[in-house]
Design a protein around this ligand. Sequence first.
Ligand code: NAD
Length: 356
Amino acid sequence: MRNFSYEALPMKVDFGFGKFQTVSEELERLNIKRALVLSTPPQEDLAREAEKLLGDGCAGVFAEAEMHVPIESARKARKLAEDLGVDGYVAAGGGSTIGLGKAIALESEKPIIAIPTTYAGSEMTPVWGITDDGVKTTGKDPRVLPVSVIYDPELTLSLPTDMSVVSGYNAIAHAAEALYAPDKSPIISLMAEEGARALLKSLPSIVADGTNRAARSEAFYGSWLCGATLGATTMSLHHKLCHTLGGTFNLSHAETHTVVLPYVLAYNLVDAPDALEALRRATGSEDPAAFIQKSSVDAGAPAKLASLGFRNDDVELAVEMATKNPYKNPRPVTKDAISRIVKDALNGEDVYVGKY
Ligand code: NAD
């Protein structure tokens, strides 16, 4: 018998090659007259292109976004926004740039137009994160949800293949956990299955040729769906564990998600039969955990946490941190289970549903 609750998030999504060129129409629609454009230093060219497209609608460019949103850069951007008297933000880039937009919007309550260029999915969520003195604090606030998202696959053609792969598996991880989330719902499960399918199908073509426009379009479509599932549900063991590994041991975000996902699925899918069936359909494999491990490594992703700088001596603390606060998960989050998962992920051991 069905039993669920679902709340649609209020945002507009425009998707398609060339949509970036229409960004000024979007500002006009939202009555934004003085936008601050955000990017990372390597993507300043993209920010400058946005500046040109916006003309008088652009009050300035802040091309200093950094990974994990250090509080100092958020403060600097907030001050610039205040000085310039901006009435909205255009965040053009990956999760780090969109994260900076959210950190500013958290205090100023001005609308964000997100123009994502990776598959991380932050543009679809009301989740923010700020790092102060090495500690990353995250929270959920509807004020930071972008009001408008422009997905232009053209902007992903420059995303290096290795980053495309791990970013894609980062997105698939959102979908996988949305399928067994405590607040899952039928519409989100459909989106999750389709999002994972679209990414798994297109990533090998991107590895073969990063300029394959059809594959880039399909992958971005998948990442939109996966991001939407992240924004609509509460994540479990996989995201908590990756948050710990990233935050405490400074392991890189998307790579960590890619390595850890098969191990958590091997553990959780035993007690999440609907998610197992959906992922069987999405992967076309009887064993989604084994499939995701093999397909990611075949696509060139790292196979073990040891390759990311994690060490045997770190296991105990990682297990301690990941089991400190209780949260909902299909199976109990015990120290013994997490220890086996982390040790196997450290060494890149083969995995299959039911191994744990
Ligand atoms: P990123 O934004 O840090 O980008 C990595 C690098 O790739 C940057 O130098 C960036 O400029 C560059 N880049 C991005 N797109 C490019 C492109 N198309 N071509 C060339 N270079 C490009 O990486 P990410 O994985 O997108 O984001 C990771 C961050 O996002 C983490 O801090 C993570 O915690 C956060 N995140 C937040 C949420 C959320 O809901 N709040 C969701 C997912 C990720």
